[in-house]
Design a protein around this ligand. Sequence first.
Ligand code: NAD
Length: 415
Amino acid sequence: MSEQNPFKIAQWQFDEAAEILGLDAGTRAFLREPMRELVVTIPVRMDDGNIKVFKGYRIQYNDSRGPCKGGLRWHPDETIDTVRALAAWMTWKTSVVDIPLGGGKGGVTCNPKEMSLNEQERLARGYIRAVGRILGEKTDVPAPDVYTTPQIMAWMMDEYSVLRGHNEPGVITGKPLALGGSAGRDDATARGGIYVTREAAKVLGIDLQKGTAAVQGYGNAGQFAHKLAHEILGLTVVAVSDSKGGIYNANGLNFEATLQYKQETGSVIGMPGTTPISNESLLESEVTVLFPAALENIITDKNAGNIKAKISTELANGPTTPEADKILYENGVFVIPDFLANAGGVTVSYFEQVQNSYGYYWPLETVHVRLDEKMTHAFQAVHQMAQTKKVHNRLAAYLVAVGRVVESSKLRGWI
Ligand code: NAD
């Protein structure tokens, strides 16, 4: 299957798990489609005085285990099928880490890099006016994703609160701390990925202190992966990249210097003391751990055979195609699949919802300990399933996650 449509891939992955779980035809038909979809047009007055109309989406895939939860992506290539796939993966993600939430996702087709902050604020508020009717603490709670920020979450939470006539911080997570954000949400996605990488190294008998790492994508997930891979695991990060290209230094890239350079110039490329490396070569570089932290479909049947990393910790959603999965499994690359590896973000988002609902906030240390506990348990459940069923980790994660969603949907009498 040389399919690149992320939703078709998500359905294909689900079908494979459904077959092993022996699900009946009705259950399969129900769980391979979203339960609800809302598509909207959002008119925004741009700074030049003209109105531009944006397409927005919110998809609630399954809420049998609790209110829907999932980020909002603002990207020029955003399509309804990308949102459907991400909403499905959110459902399996909240299930695999066993938090009482369902899966949803949203987005707007736009290029925030070409929009002023004022235009972004008007789009954020317009999105909530269009979609807010299906959102709520007890129904569906968005969060940040690609090219959306804590500031955008703050505008959205404010617009929702204005519409409701009272403060509703729990309607959205990933907010700034001053507005009810959780300590530890900023690095949670990467931190969760670091904890499961530590667990993977234990079962593989790899000493990470002597290891190296490469990070593809230098946004929220990628930057913190760089920082924490070194700080917590002792890995030497030799290569990082963003949409413009990558940089390499065999002796390691200093996190603070790289971040400062990226912030000052808008990209990591050209940082003094480094050699250029393409995004393609970065993926194939000789490292212990690879962190794909950008977008979908970057490890395919074309390059999977050249991946030399021992562990691929998928901080991005959907970076590996099904054909590539098979090649990586046969070649002994230990893949920590996306909806397990990047579940730290939604787990701390869930902690944020809990704290908002009782208006009492935890210290950072508590967040870290509870996140570690959730991620370690999830890793162990998936690893055990992979050993028992003799399947690759992604399929094992699906077996754990889908099994739980089937159980809750059946107990409710839906299927
Ligand atoms: P972000 O917007 O902060 O950063 C995205 C980064 O990817 C940018 O540095 C950009 O330059 C880079 N990029 C874009 N296209 C690229 C390409 N073709 N090659 C290399 N780099 C490229 O986004 P983020 O929040 O860090 O999200 C990254 C991935 O992690 C996405 O797949 C997202 O769904 C996933 N994720 C994020 C979170 C979260 O909490 N932020 C949680 C779970 C999963």
